[in-house]
Design a protein around this ligand. Sequence first.
Ligand SMILES: Nc1ncnc2c1ncn2[C@@H]1O[C@H](COP(=O)(O)OP(=O)(O)O)[C@@H](O)[C@H]1O
Ligand SMILES: [Mg+2]
Length: 246
Amino acid sequence: MLELRDVHKNLGGETVLNGLDLKVERGETMVIIGRSGSGKSVTLKHMVGLMLPDSGRVTVDGVEVNTLDKDGIFKLRRKFGFLFQFGALINWLSVYDNVALPLREHTTMGPDEIDSVVQGKLRMLDMAEHSRKMPADISGGMKKRAGLARAVVLDPEIILYDEPTSGLDPVLASRTNQLIIDIREELGVTSVVVTHDMVSAYKVADRIAMLYGGRIVQTGTPDEIRSSDDPVVRQFIEGRMEGPME
Ligand SMILES: Nc1ncnc2c1ncn2[C@@H]1O[C@H](COP(=O)(O)OP(=O)(O)O)[C@@H](O)[C@H]1O
Ligand SMILES: [Mg+2]
């Protein structure tokens, strides 16, 4: 359903993606692991057309993203929910209004219909009683949940999670992992999760892909990755200082 083929991307004079191949099947949860700065966020941005490849192809449901005009990109984005790395709630809007925003921008729903959808998502994420609060007045975990409610409010087919557990304590990180699993079951979505948190990767993934040197060096089930004999993968999952990675 989502495929990157031989994608190359230079940014700021540096080769970030260097022939990246990745295929995500409908309904699966694909976790992309890799070090900070390895190009995980850049990879996600290619999936939604926020960045275009210098060469190579990105296809979503058989549609080639790099051939779309502005209108086409706008339509493509509706298929996606995006949980940004740094939450990205709008500070001057309440939790409720943050979650309602995509509905107001992308649909012709009236206030009653919007209200019922927003309340439903807030309930699902255990945020109903905080709906009137401002982002500055809620905890980090609540911000993630509000961001998630907003990411799923348009009932996306694909959800992209950029470092969903970073900056969370272990308890909140486990809850977030469980939410990713619950959302997948409840909404039947395809999920792509970018992380360097191996606990999270093993917990939520159907398959894990390791990004290194601008390419995917190995893709496999959590068990296959755990028993990988690729030296780059081993160094990463064991968090060792010595190895092929600098
Ligand atoms: N818009 C941009 N302009 C220039 N360089 C960028 C841009 N976005 C990302 N980069 C660079 O690309 C590399 C990969 O970034 P990123 O995908 O954010 O890494 P991560 O794996 O930590 O998410 C980094 O070296 C980063 O500095
Ligand atoms: Mg990133």
